[in-house]
Design a protein around this ligand. Sequence first.
Ligand code: SAM
Length: 189
Amino acid sequence: GYRARSAYKLKQLDEEVGLFGPGNTVVDLGAAPGGWLQVASERVKANGKVVGVDLQRIRSLDLDNVETIRGDMTEDETKEKLTAIIGERGADAVVSDMAPNMTGEYSLDHARSVYLARQAFEVAQELLATGGDFAVKVFDGQDLADFRADMEKEFQYVRSIRPKASRDSSSEQYLVGKHFLTAPVRKGD
Ligand code: SAM
């Protein structure tokens, strides 16, 4: 079984838009307790690699193709560690299920969620190989349209998906950017 029900959301995203394939390198932001890591590990197979990051310690999954980092994705130190692991070839997919601690105040929760989503977007632009994909959780609200417009500049197209596994009342959705247009020139390219 999976460690988190959210595993089914990632499965649905992957089925709808095709995020992973065998041999892929995948970065998973906000990865604890590890449900998405389990799904990604299955999809990339033994010759792929999945790197998960979370503020919380991720209890070992005992999967040979998974590596985890404990860190805050809003801090440069964590981003640098991740870049060092991913290396010059870049990642095939960056996925983020990061969520703020909910206060119940709709506009505050939305603003914090967009802030985390933008952090993930920044990391995706640093790490993705050209043609790579990015999926990010974000809560509904007034800043969503601007964020989506910014993503649209960097990907061939963007889709918004509300997985069935998300609670009906939930304001969460996932924006998926397909086919990253231009990876930055990386050392060694
Ligand atoms: N996808 C995960 C799974 O399937 O097990 C569930 C992720 S949970 C919904 C959201 C996670 O985002 C939490 O574990 C939280 O610690 C993490 N998170 C929130 N802010 C973060 C940050 N700044 N840096 C790293 N992780 C963060």
